[in-house]
Structure formats: C-alpha cells, structure tokens
Design a protein around this ligand. Structure first.
Ligand code: PEP
Length: 254
C-alpha cells in the first residue's frame, strides 16, 4: 500500500514560540499513525532545527523544508541548499508550491533542477502541481497538470520517480475555503496516476503517493482521503490549529 501522508505547510506564519507550542500541542493530542502513515511538518526555515528537536524520537512525525535551491553551494545569498538540510537531518522539501510559482516565478524547468539536486542528496521532494481557476473553468486542467509533470519530472527514471511525493493542489482551492469535491479530487488524482502509468508503467504509478491540497480541514479530510487515488493531504490554514491538524492526521487511510 502507498504511504499515506498528512503534510502541514505553515508557510510564513507563527513566531518560534508559537511554532513550538503548536508542535507540543499536536504531540500531546491523541493520534494513531501506523508504519504506513506519516505526518510531515513544513515549517519556516528558521524553525527547522527546533522542529527536528521537538519531533526527535516521535514515531511517524517528520520535518520538511518549504523550499531549497537548485545549486549545491556558493554565492546565492538567502538561499538554502540540500546539504544544509541533510546536515540537520531534514529529508523532505516542498517544491513548486503555487505561491512560489506565482510570487517567485518558479518555472517547471527550474523545478526540474531542484528535483534533481534533491534526489542526488536523498531528499524527498513533495512536488506540487495544480491549475488556476481559469484553466478549471476552461476544462483543460488535465492537460495543464500533465504539462507540469512532464516538464518537471519526466526526465527521471522510474527508480527516481519512486522517491517523489506529488501534491495536487488546485490553486482555486488554496486558502479560499473552497475545497475540490472528493469526486473532483479523485478524478484528477486518477488522471495523474494514469499519466504516470503511461510513462513509467502501472507498477511504478501505483506506488506514488499523491496528496490533495486545498482547504482541507478536520471536517472534510476523511471524505477526501477515502478516495482510492488520494493518499493524504498538504494542508495550509488548518495545519496551524493543533486539533484540526490532528483530526486530519487521524483521517488518513489505515
Ligand atoms: C497549501 O498552502 O498548500 C494549502 C493547501 O493551503 P490551504 O490548506 O490553506 O488551502
């Protein structure tokens, strides 16, 4: 069975003290993750080590960076390298979030470079894709997402692809309170898996975790996660509230 993942994306929110408190609250609330499930916390870069310390020894709870750069090291003021992440024991990074694509002009080919350096350094990218509202309204969302996957991932071989987690996040559902229906989520997740199958074969496609993101909350997580091709969620707003995020963790498929 594919790994089921609840990924928290704190974005540029919370002070260090608030972040510490949030993690403590989450740890103290009853949650039941098993060896096939994981909760991943994508915290702001200055809090990565704090989060690592708080989650050390806690089963099935991991830390992720929200971004990294495509170069190994050098004169890139303000950027974070994969070596920096692995030197503090962080092995997940969110890449290609729609906010980074929109505000920082991250293109599919730039993201391909970031994917490459992550894989070379054993860091698992949580690769985000998803269409804006006008594309959904035009009904061309499958083609749009297919192009994102082709241009950022299709240079990989099957073994490399198996190290990637995909997060489908329709942009019109991010931070808007407007969730894709569970049928819409399933439809796109199945389309992504079919597309991966046509390039990499069924066996590989069946092993890739595809998370849904876009206004997931404690109250709607279960109906979305129960869909056969949905393997958990990438969660923004609701990940900042301990009870909400724990409810989302507990809604992962068993
Ligand atoms: C996100 O930022 O990845 C996200 C899905 O945000 P929200 O849950 O707030 O819609």
């Amino acid at each position: 069975m594919r790994k089921q993942i609840a990924a928290a994306n704190w974005k540029m929110n919370l002070t260090l003290q608030q972040g510490e408190q949030l993690l403590e609250d989450i740890i103290s609330l009853p949650h039941q993750l098993n060896e096939n499930q994981e909760a991943v916390f994508a915290v702001p870069a200055p809090y990565l080590m704090m989060a690592q310390q708080k989650l050390r020894g806690k089963e099935y709870l991991s830390v992720a960076a929200q971004n990294c750069y495509s170069k190994k090291s050098g004169a890139y003021t303000g950027e974070i390298s994969v070596d920096m992440l692995s030197s503090i024991g962080v092995y997940y990074v969110v890449l290609g979030h729609s906010e980074r694509r929109e505000y920082f002009n991250e293109s599919n080919s730039f993201l391909a470079d970031k994917i490459n350096i992550c894989l070379l350094n054993n860091i698992t990218p949580i690769f985000c894709c998803g269409e804006p509202l006008e594309i959904r309204e035009a009904g061309t969302q499958n083609e749009y997402v297919a192009k994102q996957l082709q241009e950022s991932l299709y240079h990989l071989n099957a073994d490399q692809l198996l190290k990637i987690v995909i997060a489908y996040e329709p942009i019109w559902a991010i931070g808007t309170g407007k969730t894709a229906s569970s049928a819409q989520a399933q439809e796109m997740h199945a389309a992504i898996r079919k597309q991966l199958e046509s390039k990499y074969g069924k066996e590989t496609a069946e092993c890739i975790s595809i998370l849904y993101g876009g206004s997931v909350k404690g109250s709607n997580a279960a109906e979305i996660f129960v869909q056969p091709d949905v393997d958990g969620g990438l969660v923004g707003g609701a990940s900042l509230v301990a009870e909400e995020f724990v409810a989302i963790m507990n809604a992962l498929k068993k």
